[in-house]
Write a new protein. Structure first.
Length: 266
């Protein structure tokens, strides 16, 4: 199968941007080409440019578009990424004397490592206070993966040893070099699909929202719209965590920075 042409790359990435809000630059040409070649083969198409033409012209079902979104969405993560946020979360939970449910949203949850990291911490630090985690992601395939809670063991390199023993099961036989999040913890985390560029599904109000390492894929207008949409689900006194490589200071949003990549309502 031939490689993806520049014309087809521009067409499919423009369509992907229209649907997801994520812009893929020319430096992603090889990645997009490889993933679309596999999709074309699975769809019985031998020419990737013809596959893209059929996709853009609406010749495929909506399900094929969903498959493209799933494949082109980058989902690389690991447990307890950017640990300063988890240290802050631990302090907030420990210092909060409230009795109501403490609710955390992993707004771009990918395959679930961030949400389960927060769940481990709350299970350890929240005491008798009720809590719950909600994870959302654009990709249906990674949402399904997150619900399974099965991961390559190398992604757990940042998990504290006591948490590994308490909350994770080490695989053997066909599951060697994998770990499974324990059932009790999995039952406390709810995953669902959500597109942050569109009207959000029905969600509760949150004490803490993780919105990390996703804004980098968007232009400033889209970033501002996403943050405003997400802030609408943040309780008064709640906090928003953004990625340490992301800045929202230039977006003129109703937020104040409490610390690096930690924000609250203005």
């Amino acid at each position: 199968m031939t490689a993806l042409s520049k014309k087809s790359f521009d067409s499919v990435t423009r369509m992907f941007h229209d649907v997801s809000g994520i812009r893929l630059g020319d430096n992603k040409h090889a990645l997009v080409s490889g993933r679309l070649q596999r999709l074309a083969q699975e769809a019985g198409e031998t020419d990737v440019d013809r596959y893209v033409d059929r996709l853009v012209n609406g010749s495929f079902s909506a399900q094929e578009m969903r498959r493209v979104i799933d494949r082109l969405t980058t989902n690389e993560t690991y447990f307890f990424r950017e640990p300063q946020h988890f240290e802050d979360l631990a302090q907030r939970v420990g210092a909060d004397s409230g009795t109501g449910e403490f609710v955390v949203w992993s707004a771009a949850s990918s395959s679930g490592e961030e949400a389960y990291s927060a769940a481990m911490l709350l299970a350890d630090k929240a005491g008798k206070r009720p809590w719950r985690i909600v994870g959302t992601d654009l990709s249906s395939s990674v949402v399904a993966s997150a619900r399974r809670g099965l991961y390559p063991i190398e992604r757990a390199r940042m998990v504290p040893e006591p948490y590994l023993k308490r909350f994770c099961l080490k695989g053997s036989g066909p599951y060697e070099n994998q770990l499974l999040i324990g059932r009790e913890l999995r039952q406390r985390v709810h995953f669902q699909e959500a597109n942050l560029m569109q009207t959000l599904p029905e969600l509760p109000m949150f004490d803490v929202i993780f919105l990390r390492n996703v804004l980098i894929y968007f232009e400033n207008d889209a970033k501002a719209a996403i943050v405003r949409r997400v802030l609408g689900r943040l309780k008064p006194g709640g906090v928003l965590y953004t990625g340490h490589a992301e800045s929202i200071s230039m977006l003129k949003l109703p937020v104040r920075m409490l610390a690096t990549a930690i924000h609250a309502h203005a």
